[in-house]
Structure formats: C-alpha cells, structure tokens
Ligand binder design. Structure first.
Ligand SMILES: NC(=O)c1ccc[n+]([C@@H]2O[C@H](COP(=O)([O-])OP(=O)(O)OC[C@H]3O[C@@H](n4cnc5c(N)ncnc54)[C@H](O)[C@@H]3O)[C@@H](O)[C@H]2O)c1
Length: 342
C-alpha cells in the first residue's frame, strides 16, 4: 500500500515515521512540505522515494492508495478535495476546513468521489477512552447525565501555528477534541452551546484576535449537559481529563502523569527540560499509531472509517457555535448555526 504524507511538522513527521515502520505491506511513498527544512528533517531519517515541495505533485506521479494530511488547518480543504478527486483515501487532521460552508462543500466532493475519509480524532483510539466508552455503553454508570472535560496545553503556541486564520482558533483547533469526545461518549448530539472565553496569558494571541482560555457549556439532544474547559497555559504539563457522570456512577479518564489520585496535589512548572518530543505525542503516541493502523485496516478490508466526515462536521459545528457564543455572549442553537452555514 503506497501512502503519502502532506505537511511534515510535529504531527506529519510523526505520521511519516509511524508509516515508514508500520510493516503490514505499507510503504511511505511520498511526502510533501513547502518548507525545505521540514522535508530535509524527514528525508534524512526515513527512506522516502518522493520528497516534494508541492502537494499537488503527489497526485500526478505514481499512484498513491492513501494520504495523511497534517498541514495547517487552513490548507486541509483544498488538499482533501485534491486527494478525493485523485481517488486517494484520506486520513486528515482536524479540522477539515475553517467554516461550515467549506466543510460541507468538502464533504460533498468526498462523497461524490466515493473517497474514504477518516478524521484525526485520535483520542478515540486511546486505551483509557476506549475503556470509558465500553463501560458507558455497557450501562455501568447508568444513564449519562454530565460530561466534563479539561484540556490544557502546557505553553502558549506559536502565532505561526495558532493564528485563527491558519488553525481555526482555540475552539476549532483545541476544544474540538473534547467536542468529539462529548458526542461519542454521551452517544448524543449537542444541540446548544454557551461559551465564555478570554485572553489571559498568551498576549501574542490577543494581537491576532484569539483567546487562550475558555469554558463551554453544552446541552445534549438527549437532555444531558456538559462542560468543557480549555486552556493554552497550564505550565505544569499537558493535562487532558474527562469525566462522565451517570445516574449510577461515573467514569473518568486522565493522564496518570498529572491527574491527582486523591487529596490535593501541587502541579508546578517542571524543572526538567522536555526532551523535544511534542507534548501531545508524548501523551497520545499509542493512540496516533492505533489511528493510522485502523485507517490501514479500513483500506485493506474495504471497511468505512469509524470516525468520518459526519464526525468532522459535527465536532466542528460545536466549535463554531462555541466561537460565536463567546464572541456574541449569547447561547447558540446548532439548528440556527446550520441555517446560517458560517
Ligand atoms: N490530533 C492532535 O492531537 C493534534 C496535535 C497537534 C496538531 N494537530 C493538527 O495537525 C496539523 C498539523 O499540526 P502540527 O502541530 O504538525 O503543525 P506544525 O506547524 O508543526 O507543522 C505544519 C507543517 O505544515 C507545513 N505546511 C504549511 N503549509 C503547507 C501546505 N500548504 N501544504 C503542506 N504542508 C504545509 C509547514 O511547513 C509545517 O512543516 C494541524 O491540522 C493541527 O490541528 C493535531
């Protein structure tokens, strides 16, 4: 199976490395990135037949079976469309596009081309989240009543990465993972969103109109409620925690490295230097790899990805509603947002 990777930054270089060592009849056939340093970083470590500056060249040479898209979010829509039109299966990082209108247009083209599309909500491949889902679906906590999530990044991101025109902004770039977990773990769609957001620690983000901290309340179609907190400035580490409270109990997932196991625990800025591996890859390395394996498995067995365009659109709708809610200070009903198609 011949697979290409578009975008060779923190995620793309990890995906390229995972594919190069996956075995299973998979060959890392092509990589592309406009930045020569990113290309050199991958080409010097991995054996790749085609190293390209321009992603479009990927679809003009020898035929690829699939492509992994890990470029900035603002480039995803064009690249998904190009891959779908070339008849290539797609694993795309979140979000698929920066507006609802664009997301829907992309999904229409993917559908018309009958292309396989998986979206990178890798938390669903994390062992802890899988166990939580099984426990909830088996009825072990009764009827789910409250979804509670915390997602904190350790440091303010670079403006180059996080500029809302490139990443989609805090909600679409970061909280979208929690919105996907919310729909998945609660087995219910979100119908209303109320959000508060502020710029409190990452001054540079304010200069490009984004916030760095937010709390988002969710109302689910089945009547349940939820709350998501996201922050760009945890300082003590990368902290992703989720709890679902049900009528008969609760299930929670956290990172054992940072989640307090009882009593109060001080979490301070670490004195050790990070070892150069991005924080999210340290935490979710096995999940990212399992996500790629599952994508390959879908292609080998002609199975549809479990996390496809419907999920990409649904989580993005919540992210748009959350963005508009903090901007307008009003609750946003998803039915109204869909009608506006923004
Ligand atoms: N699932 C997760 O947990 C997770 C974590 C981090 C990032 N991401 C996502 O992965 C994607 C990439 O993020 P990253 O952290 O690797 O970013 P990054 O800034 O480290 O890397 C982006 C790379 O894309 C290249 N690039 C820029 N424009 C391009 C284009 N038009 N075509 C191809 N490549 C282009 C850049 O030169 C750079 O090498 C984003 O969509 C982001 O939302 C997901």
């Amino acid at each position: 199976m011949q697979i290409g990777v578009i975008g060779l930054g923190r995620m793309g270089s990890f995906y390229a490395q995972t594919l190069a060592h996956l075995g299973r009849n998979v060959q890392l056939a092509a990589v592309s990135d406009p930045d020569p340093r990113a290309r050199e970083n991958v080409a010097s470590r991995l054996s790749v037949p085609r190293v390209l500056a321009d992603y479009e060249a990927m679809f003009q040479g020898p035929r690829l079976d699939a492509v992994v898209i890990a470029s900035p979010a603002s480039a995803h829509a064009d690249q998904v469309v190009a891959a779908a039109r070339a008849g290539v299966a797609i694993l795309c990082e979140k979000p698929l596009a920066l507006t609802l209108e664009q997301t829907r247009a992309v999904l229409t083209i993917v559908q018309q081309a009958s292309a396989t599309l998986q979206v990178g909500f890798m938390r669903r491949f994390d062992t802890g989240y899988r166990q939580a889902k099984q426990l909830i679906d088996a009825g072990r906590i009764g009827r789910p009543t409250i979804f509670k999530a915390i997602g904190r990044d350790p440091t303010c991101p670079s403006i180059e990465y996080a500029h809302p025109a490139r990443s989609g902004g805090l909600m679409a770039d970061m909280a979208i993972h929690d919105f996907d977990l919310a729909r998945w773990l609660m087995s219910s769609e979100v119908e209303r969103v109320t959000a508060e957001g502020a710029n409190l620690a990452c001054e540079a983000l304010a200069s490009v109109g984004d916030i760095d901290n937010a709390v988002i309340n969710l109302r689910f179609a089945n009547g349940a409620i939820g709350n998501v907190e996201v922050s760009r400035n945890a300082r003590y580490g990368y902290d992703v925690r989720t709890e679902v409270l049900g009528s008969e109990g609760a299930v929670s997932v956290g990172d054992p490295a940072v989640a307090a196991e009882g009593g109060a625990r001080m979490l301070a800025r670490p004195t050790l230097q990070p070892n150069g591996i991005p924080f999210f890859i340290r935490r979710f390395e096995a999940a990212y790899a399992a996500q790629i394996e599952d994508f390959i498995d879908c292609l080998e067995h002609g199975r549809q990805p479990a996390i496809g365009g419907v999920d990409a659109l649904a989580a993005f709708e919540i992210a748009r509603a959350a963005t508009i809610s903090w901007q307008t200070r009003n609750p946003v009903a998803l039915s109204e947002l869909r009608a506006a198609n923004v």
